[in-house]
Write a new protein. Structure first.
Length: 478
């Protein structure tokens, strides 16, 4: 049974502060692109409607003037007709020769006594407007223009239906509003396309920031980012610089502490060794040996704590090509005694593979895995370091760990039931888990391996560069 190691436990107070700092309002996050698209479309529709209203009012006024001018021109032409053109009256038979057609403008021509001399075929036989006063006025369903000849011998009335004039105006407004309905979806697509193009200019900065948060803490280059994004980038770069200073402080503290602790611990261990050799009394010799064991355990614990402090300060965030086979050989050389005895074996499956990571941090992780297997697997257990593809694993055929204990093994100061009686700090797998997370890898624990026994820990990496690529350049922490 295998289990992917969960994230290491954090202090409750720190978790609560981070939760409060990163919590978001309930519901789905809103989209800036969607909000801008909606607002621009609403603004575009509102501007179009206001423009259509203003244009309609102006068009109404200008159309009235044109149609009124056409009525006046028609009336003037009627008054200028020669008498010969009016010699024959308009009978029904004569009007029928014109044929049926739609007439938007009708006219009537009267003599001085009010007798009808001439009319259009759809004009009524009675007067359109009983009044003879010159001018344009509404008479029922008609707009009627009355015009008299200078000598007063003729009167012309030219009319247009009110419905036709309104139809002209509403048709013009309908075309403008109809075009809005047709073009609004097209405008929505164009606005969306333009906004996506604008937001695409932010992607290089976002990708650069995402990569640098994973690999290093160098400032994010603005590139071709818009000027509106520059203050945000300046703030992010200031934050990265601050984090870089904190990381450097953590590393300096870990290095200084390691230097200060090594000397007194080494001196105390030397004194304990001399005390064991100089003491002949059995009880006192046993007490001296117990003191030496405790000092050994203290030195081991201090080493693990200093390694953990160094890793948590971000040492494993560096990215350079690492040969897993070379890494395994270098670390295995530290256990030469176990290699000579046959307890530790190195196996390579397939072609050598390069991964991205920090070789020093990965060496710490692999060394802890091997030490954990040799220590908790038992004196007779065989440990195998296997490199296969983008993975390196350490397996032993010892008693193993109950499957239910696997998720908790990566927590600090927690050990399985089988390892509680053995010497150890309970920090080894927690250290490996921290390095794996910073290296972009996964720590997978598996137990039992076969016949109810065995324990395995595997570091699985993402695909690295080609083995033929010998470049060593890569982003690093400042």
């Amino acid at each position: 049974m295998s289990a992917e190691a969960p994230p290491p436990a954090r202090q409750p107070g720190l978790q609560l502060r981070r939760h409060r700092r990163h919590q978001r309002p309930a519901g789905r996050p809103w989209s800036l692109l969607g909000q801008l698209r909606r607002q621009l479309l609403v603004l575009l529709a509102a501007v179009w409607l206001v423009a259509s209203l203003a244009t309609g009012l102006g068009l109404w006024h200008e159309t009235d003037e044109v149609l009124d001018s056409a009525l006046a021109e028609t009336a003037q032409r009627l008054l200028m007709l020669p008498p010969a053109a009016l010699a024959e009256p308009d009978t029904a038979e004569r009007l029928a020769t014109l044929g049926a057609h739609e007439e938007f403008v009708v006219y009537q021509l009267f003599d001085a006594r009010g007798a009808l001399l001439l009319r259009s075929h759809q004009a009524p036989a009675h007067r359109l407007d009983p009044r003879n006063d010159n001018g344009l006025r509404r008479a029922g369903d008609w707009w009627v223009l009355t015009l008299a000849a200078p000598d007063g011998q003729r009167h012309a009335q030219v009319a247009e239906t009110v419905a036709h004039r309104h139809e002209v105006m509403w048709a013009s407004m309908g075309w403008m509003l109809g075009m809005l309905a047709v073009l609004l979806p097209v405008a929505a697509w164009l606005v969306d396309w333009l906004l996506r193009r604008a937001f695409a200019t932010l992607e290089p900065a976002r990708h650069d920031l995402a990569a640098r948060l994973t690999h290093d803490l160098r400032p994010v280059l603005p590139g071709n980012a818009p000027a509106e994004l520059q203050p945000w980038l300046d703030t992010v770069n200031a934050l990265l610089a601050r984090v870089g200073d904190l990381v450097d402080s953590e590393r300096a503290f870990a290095a200084n502490t390691a230097h200060e602790l090594r000397t007194p611990l080494a001196a105390a261990m030397a004194q304990a060794e001399r005390l064991v050799q100089a003491t002949q009394e059995p009880a006192a010799r046993e007490a001296a040996q117990a003191l030496r064991r405790q000092l050994d355990r203290l030195a081991h614990l201090a080493t693990r704590l200093l390694q953990l402090a160094r890793v948590e300060s971000g040492v494993a965030l560096q990215r350079k090509p690492v040969d897993l086979v070379q890494l395994a050989v270098l670390v295995a050389d530290d256990f030469s005694k176990d290699q000579r005895s046959g307890r530790l074996q190195l196996r390579v499956v397939g072609q050598p593979t390069l991964v991205h990571g920090d070789i020093d941090a990965l060496g710490i992780a692999l060394r802890n895995l091997i030490d954990n297997a040799l220590q908790h697997g038992g004196d007779a257990a065989q440990v195998i370091v296997r490199v296969q593809g983008q993975a390196i694993s350490v397996e032993d055929d010892g008693p193993g760990v109950p499957a239910d204990d696997l998720p908790g093994l990566v927590r600090k100061f927690q050990r399985g039931e089988a390892g509680r009686g053995a010497a150890g700090s309970g920090l080894g797998l927690a250290l490996v888990q921290a390095i794996a997370q910073q290296s972009g890898a996964r720590l997978v624990l598996q137990s039992p391996l076969a016949d109810g026994q065995g324990f395995g820990a595997t570091l699985q990496f993402e695909a690295g560069p080609d083995p033929a690529d010998n470049t060593q350049a890569g982003p690093t922490t400042p």
